[in-house]
Design a protein around this ligand. Structure first.
Ligand code: UD1
Length: 417
């Protein structure tokens, strides 16, 4: 079992370069299925979630060449339409592959993604949208069989601006007949990146980044080269980790527009932030101030940053109120933070965080990706040594986290215990 061992209390200082976005890479990799040709992708992060996705593509008959962050995917000989059940259970986001497989072959088989650590995460919005597109759905023994003769454009109004459902509808309709309009679509930057990639391939998608997206079906797609956007959550994580230790950092390759809500909250905490082109500089105050946070769909404050901010605020001056509006079970990290001496009261979807003078390092356990990163942050700012167990959750989504932190002066190592 791998753990991080962190010797806390060191100010982080220096420069860190942001990797490609996990949440943009996953649907874009799924999108390569649609062309039945070769796609060259750049800036793909080397993380476990990407390895799993590529493994599925190989199982479906695709050929993959990988060289660091560059991946070449040839989907011309893809001959299977069933996403293996164990893979589906390991990673929920594989559900967007269904849209791409149906989009190309008008047929797909997959199982329900496993109940995840951060909440129930149903896929009703995805399946209802497929039905509206004329796709026949049958459920048998936990498997979902999708089939149709053709996909015909229609109007789909989402009850909630789900990121995954919006991506799945786009992927399913790129090669359809007619035009599909999604209203109340998710507006996340990762959707814009997916649309840019697909449009470069020859799709006709308009309005990505707004809440109305129009997809006009095309007959063929072509070979494409595409560089994936930077990871906005990784950028936010490093800004918070440095702020939490009272340090100073220059973040390279971030997209400022994508992290505006995070920047605003850090400024409210007393951080001094300046922008130089694509680089962001942050200087932390001696003591952070408390802030209130409510997670919302983009352009609101991202749910993926809730635990990381929550952890940072345990040492801020005053009481912070955090409200999680997107996922119902995203507070598992709090019981671990309490072991380190934090004062947090949980009332439904609200966490009341009373700033304390210090946290003490101890043994804690990551229970999900972002909650795990929150514990690493806590370890970096506490007194003594913290052992974060179950780091496989963290390695799913952060490329070379320990190396990047070491370069900023953190005392963090991986140990097999
Ligand atoms: C994506 C991101 C995740 C992020 C989330 C919200 C990826 C791989 N993951 O997840 O990191 O935290 O967006 O920004 O990109 N819902 C339903 N029915 C559905 C679909 C969703 O009720 O069919 C609910 C979910 O349970 C959740 C909310 O809608 O409460 C938001 O989910 P959604 O936007 O779909 O998130 P994901 O695409 O799963």
């Amino acid at each position: 079992m791998l753990s991080y061992i962190i010797d806390g209390g060191k100010k982080l200082e220096g420069t860190v370069s942001i990797s490609g976005s996990k949440n943009a890479s996953l649907p874009i990799i799924a999108g390569t299925i649609l062309s039945g040709k070769i796609s060259k992708l750049y800036n793909i992060p080397n993380i476990d979630d990407i390895q799993i996705t590529l493994k599925i593509l190989k199982m479906l008959g695709c050929r993959i060449k990988k060289n660091n962050n560059k991946i070449e995917i040839d989907t011309s000989r893809m001959n299977k339409k069933e996403i293996p059940e164990d893979m589906m259970r390991r990673m929920r986001s594989t559900v967007v592959m269904a849209g791409a497989i149906i989009g190309r072959f008008k047929e797909a088989v997959f199982s329900y993604p496993g109940g995840c650590e951060i909440g129930a995460r149903p896929i009703d919005l995805h399946l209802n949208a497929f039905k509206k597109l004329g796709i026949n759905i049958e459920e048998k023994a936990g498997f979902i069989y999708c089939k149709c003769d053709k996909i015909i454009g229609t109007e789909i109004d989402l009850d909630f601006p789900s990121v995954g459902a919006t991506e799945n509808i786009i992927l399913a309709t790129v090669l359809s007949e007619g035009t599909t309009t999604i209203t109340n679509a998710a507006m996340e930057p990762e959707i814009v990146d997916l649309a840019k990639f697909l449009n470069k391939m020859g799709s006709k998608i308009q309005g990505a980044g707004t809440n109305v997206i129009k997809i006009t079906g095309v007959k063929n797609l072509k070979e494409v080269s595409y560089k994936v956007m930077p990871d906005r959550i990784e950028a936010g994580t490093f800004l918070c980790m440095v702020a939490a230790t009272g340090g100073k950092v220059k973040i390279l390759n971030a997209e400022l527009e994508h992290i505006t809500p995070i920047i605003h909250k850090l400024e409210e905490c007393g951080c001094n932030i300046s922008i130089e082109g694509k680089n962001i500089k942050l200087e932390a105050p001696k003591k952070l101030k408390c802030v209130d946070i409510k997670t919302m769909p983009y352009p609101g404050f991202p749910t993926d940053m809730q635990s990381i901010f929550g952890s940072m605020l345990t040492l801020a001056k005053g009481t912070s109120i955090v409200v999680e509006n997107i996922f119902e079970n995203r507070y598992k990290y709090i019981s671990e933070l309490k072991k380190m001496g934090s004062k947090i009261q949980l009332e439904g979807k609200t966490a009341i965080i009373k700033g304390v003078r210090r946290l003490n390092g101890t043994k804690v356990e990551a229970t999900d990706l972002r909650g795990g990163a929150a514990l690493v942050l806590a370890g970096l700012m506490s007194k003594g040594t913290t052992k974060v167990e179950q780091i496989q959750y963290i390695q799913r989504g952060y490329e070379k986290l320990e190396e990047k932190l070491q370069a900023l002066g953190a005392k963090i190592i991986i140990k097999n215990t």
